[in-house]
Every structure is written in C-alpha cells, then in structure tokens.
Design a protein. Structure first.
Length: 372
C-alpha cells in the first residue's frame, strides 16, 4: 500500500482545495495516470500516480487539503483494499447527506463543539463548508465569535509559513541605552521630530549591510542567498487595528529626521488602515518593536524571504558595579535577533548583535547617523 500525498505546489500557500478525483474507488491505475485535481491560489494542478495500484480515496471532493496531506492510497490488488476497508473503524460524527456538501475537519470540530446539525450546515448552500462558514453561521445565530481581519489573516499566513519553512534560532544582548536616549532627547528638543530608540535602531540597521550581508539576504529557490544592495528595514506597527510591517527603504542613506518622519507617517497610516502596496513591500530585514514598559524581550518570527528579525524590548533601570565597587544606575534594553539558521550561524548572529550594541552605546556613531 502506498500513500497519495499532496505535494508542495505553491510556496505562498498553506492550504489547497481537492477539486475532483479523476478515478473511482477500486479502479486500477498505472504509474503516471492522472488521479486528482488540486487547486492552489494561482493555478489548478493534476496529481499523478507514482506507481501502479488500485485506488482508494480517503478524502471526498471537493475538500480542503494541504501540503503533505494523504488524500488516497494505492493497493497492490482489490483484495488488499477490501481487507483494509473491513478492518477500518467507522468515521466519527454524524453522517453527512449524500452529495450535499463536504465538511472540512476544522469545520466539523467547531460544529460538533457547538452542537450544529448537518441540516443547519446544509442550509448554507455551499459545496464545501469551511471553519469560517461555521463561524458565520454561529454569529448569525447570536453566538459570539471572533473573525480575524484581513491584516491579522495576513499575519497568520506569514507566521504559519515561517514556522513551516524556516529553522529559526534566537540570541539576545543587553544594551546600555543611556547615550542613545540622551541623543534622542537632544535631537527631539532641537528639531521637534519624534526620535527614540526605534528611530535610532532603524538608522543603525541601515549602516550594517556591508559588514553583515547574510543578515539582509533573500533566500533563493535553489538554496542560495541573494545578497543585499541596501538596507530596507521593515518596522512593525500595531495600533490595535492589526499588525503591519511598512518598510523604511534605503535606511542607510536617511537622516534621523527622515526616519522619524517615516515612522510617524506609518503610525498614522496604521490608524487609518491606509497603507499602500509600496509601503509594505521590499523589506530585507525586520525590526520588531516590543518596547512597552515591562517587556523584557520578545522573539519575532523571521518573515519568509528574509533571514533575520531584530527585536527591541522595553527600557528598564538597573544597577551595576563600577570598577571601584560602587553601584551605578543605568538604563538598558534587550535587543534580540531571530535568524534563519540555514544561512546565519551563531557567531554571525552574535557579531551582528554586538555591532548593534556598540552603535547604540556610542554617542559618536549616533551623531553620525543624525547628521547623515
């Protein structure tokens, strides 16, 4: 017995639709025969048998499926298929009306949990009932549900793809930020621009591409890494209307005044949900801002198409021992790095973090960024 498994058909999708079967249960098939039709977000693909065998379909069509799902089996002979059927347990749950609709597994679980009947689900008039359809039915019936908005669904897709495809690691360092905070305050008072650690960190990241190109690379389908020509820094913005990551393009050529203006513009657009496509595309590194009070650090995901994500935690006060043994207060923040371990190793990650730390702790480097 061999499995018929759904291959990875589109790197941007985590779910497909099994549109139709091209052969019946018990039908003998030859290697290379078309067996099923699967639809991705971009195309409709035929699946082919990888060996001779007798088909047994495990999933009705149409139905949701995903990469790696086993949708059918090929037996050496019909007798083997019948023996398998005789030994298989009956499927759980209420049987569905023949030919009326197909219930995906997440939808079935949600419907069972809320006691929805097959008749009420059939009333939706859909060939395939998905989890979102069940939630809509529950909402219409007066039950409270939460439906993620478009921005949150995009985040969910990126998170799912990142966890599936990217073997990420994480390292963090403590940065003494008193010099950076003093520079930010002086510049804000002098220019009227809103400058803080996020603006300074964007500027610092803009200047490190030449020293750490792997941290700004774009993975290619052949396993190589496309190295950067400039730093395009995506910065997370969350004002309660979804998580966005607009991009400061060519960050290494911009003054702190420019960066401050761009980040303020991003916050306003997030409030209005008014981002354009060009605002959100083209990043080759991410800055994840988690700099609220009491947040020590947060581990971001590495976005598909990138190799690194830098995280900034909140500022806190601590006391350290000076050389003479006296306690000295200082302000610190944790800067973390999530990185794709296929391209970036620990020594590179630590070197990158130390370079960020040195820049934020050096008034001269910050002054250069201010006057760039």
């Amino acid at each position: 017995m061999n499995h018929i498994e759904v291959p990875k058909l589109n790197t941007n999708d985590t779910a497909y639709v099994l549109v139709d079967w091209l052969a019946e249960d018990g039908q003998p098939l030859k290697e290379g025969d078309p067996v099923a039709v699967v639809e991705t977000s971009k195309a409709t693909e035929e699946l082919y048998c990888e060996r001779d065998g007798v088909l047994h379909r495990l999933l009705p069509a149409p139905a949701d499926c995903g990469p790696g799902d086993v949708i059918g089996r090929l037996f050496d002979a019909e007798a083997d298929r019948l023996e398998f059927l005789a030994a298989a347990p009956a499927p759980p749950g209420e049987p569905l009306p023949e030919g009326r609709f197909t219930l995906t597994e997440p939808a079935r679980l949600l419907a069972d949990r809320h006691g929805l009947t097959a008749a009420s689900l059939a009333g939706l008039g859909l060939r395939v009932v998905r989890e979102s359809d069940v939630r809509r039915l529950l909402s219409e019936a007066g039950q409270k549900t939460y439906t993620p908005n478009r921005a949150q669904r995009a985040v969910a897709a990126a998170v799912s793809r990142s966890h599936q495809e990217i073997p990420a690691a994480f390292t963090a360092v403590v940065v003494a930020v008193d010099p950076a905070l003093a520079t930010a305050k002086e510049l804000s008072e002098r220019t009227g621009a809103l400058v803080g650690l996020p603006e300074l960190l964007v500027s610092v990241l803009g200047g490190l591409t030449g020293q750490f190109p792997l941290c700004y690379g774009e993975p290619a389908p052949d396993g190589a890494l496309v190295l950067p020509e400039a730093a395009h820094v995506g910065v997370t913005v969350d004002v309660g209307k979804g998580l966005f990551a607009p991009v400061v393009k060519d960050a290494g050529t911009r003054s702190l005044d420019e960066i401050s203006g761009l980040l303020m513009d991003f916050r306003i657009k997030a409030m209005r949900e008014d981002f354009r496509t060009e605002d959100l595309g083209g990043a080759n590194i991410l800055l994840s801002l988690n700099n609220e009070d009491d947040v020590l650090f947060a581990q971001p995901i590495v976005f598909p198409g990138q190799t690194c994500a830098v995280a900034l935690g909140g500022v806190r006060r601590e006391a350290v021992f000076a050389a003479d043994g006296a306690l000295t207060p200082r302000s610190v923040a944790v800067v973390g790095l999530a990185y794709d371990h296929r391209f970036v190793n620990g020594s590179t990650a630590v070197g990158f973090l130390k370079a960020i730390k040195a820049a934020l702790e050096s008034p001269e480097v910050i002054a250069d960024a201010r006057d760039r």
